[in-house]
Write a protein that binds this ligand. Structure first.
Ligand code: FAD
Length: 347
């Protein structure tokens, strides 16, 4: 069977994109996911909550910040303002069922081969053919665990199921962005002491874009944690090495300072992102994927990137309310391509 569009990843970007295409009457759109609908959210630590608030404002033309369909509200569906991962995954499954979106899971995409104007897609369930592929694999399943020597000694944020499962009382948290401060606040709530290291002290940044600074709810939680006097924020600390020692662990910063602990350090240095799974299919500028203005690979027409890894000049789309603004633009390009490419697989 040949698909018009194959969407890889059944998170909010893949599902929201499928809805956009369905709304335009496009047929033969398939979503595949290596795990299941909303798998990244199912894997969040139990304590993690959305930082962007949900509110039933859609009736007044202001879509819920976390919704993937404009006419409905996560807040109304779930009855919560800051959903947990499990709750949000449930919302996504409801969207899939309600709109009868075609999802196949578990089907993991292993590779993509351009064949003329078409794509041959190698999956754990056999090969598929599609005229366009939308890569919506997010970031959560591809953590950054090797950018610093010894980083594998740490526990990555995405590997934590519940903060109380981490052994020890004194923690070093590498990275002071959203996930680092979330980790620290959860550990403080458990009575631990925590030192957070960040090279740029984003807790001091007051930029208006939450992609560059802490969100208001995280700032509130941090202030609360600071009243315990068990949290220390270390800025200008570029961590360059982690080592396990006889006594525990040692973290070294670029100024040569050594920080020791008996508990496994917590890696909150982010994600490589799912585009790296098919790195040869993109042109790269450092760690960023170069894209056309319509979020298409600059190397391969018909391959689109969607979700938090998308960068356009001056723009970063790492929240749902941001990356959903790309759906109509990508859908326009997909439709244009359908009108101009052949339907047979060339050999
Ligand atoms: C702790 C935390 C808190 C966050 N809080 C917020 C928030 O409050 N508000 C907000 O807007 N954003 C928030 N984000 C960001 C948000 O979660 C992501 O931007 C969002 O999940 C991205 O959606 P996505 O559909 O692109 O990717 P994902 O939700 O990660 O979905 C990708 C899917 O692709 C699948 N997949 C991966 N590789 C393959 C493959 N090769 N083949 C098949 N399937 C594959 C995965 O199983 C997964 O289901 C948060 C992120 C984290 C980590």
């Amino acid at each position: 069977m040949m698909y018009n569009v194959l969407i890889v990843g059944a998170g909010p970007s893949g599902i929201g994109m499928a809805l956009e295409l369905q709304g335009r009457g496009l047929q033969d759109v398939l979503i595949v996911d290596g795990s299941g609908v909303g798998a990244s959210f199912e894997a969040w630590p139990e304590e993690t909550r959305f930082i962007t608030p949900s509110f039933p404002s859609h009736a007044y033309g202001c879509p819920d910040l976390n919704a993937v369909e404009m006419g409905a509200s996560v807040a109304s569906d779930l009855g919560v303002e800051h959903p947990s991962g499990v709750q949000y995954a449930r919302y996504l499954r409801q969207v899939v069922d309600h709109h009868r979106l075609q999802v196949k899971a578990p089907v993991r995409v292993l590779d993509l081969h351009p064949r003329g104007d078409l794509w041959e897609v190698v999956t754990t369930n056999g090969n598929l053919t599609s005229r366009s592929v939308i890569w919506a694999t997010g970031e959560y399943s591809d953590p950054n665990t090797d950018s610093i020597p010894g980083l594998e000694e740490c526990v990555h944020y995405s590997a934590v199921t519940r903060w109380s499962t981490l052994a020890g009382d004194h923690f070093l948290v590498l990275g002071g962005g959203e996930s680092g401060i979330d980790a620290a606040c959860n550990l403080i709530a458990l009575g631990k002491t925590v030192k957070v290291f960040d090279r740029s002290a984003c807790w001091q940044d007051t930029a208006s874009d939450p992609s560059w600074t802490l969100s208001p709810v995280t700032r509130e939680r941090l202030l609360q944690a600071q009243t315990t006097r068990r949290i220390e924020l270390v800025d200008g600390a570029d961590i360059i090495r982690v080592e396990s020692t006889q006594e525990g662990y040692q973290v070294q910063d670029s100024q040569g300072h050594l920080h020791r602990t008996t508990s496994r350090p917590v890696n909150c240095l982010g994600f490589k992102g799912g585009a790296s799974q098919i790195s040869d299919r993109w042109e790269w500028s450092g760690h960023e994927v170069k894209l056309t203005p319509e979020d298409q690979s600059t190397l391969h027409p018909g391959l689109f990137l969607l979700g938090p890894q998308v960068r356009q000049p001056g723009e970063i789309f790492c929240f749902i309310y941001k990356f959903r603004t790309r759906f109509p633009l990508v859908a326009d390009a997909v439709q244009r391509r359908l009108n101009t490419t052949p339907t047979e697989l060339s050999t």
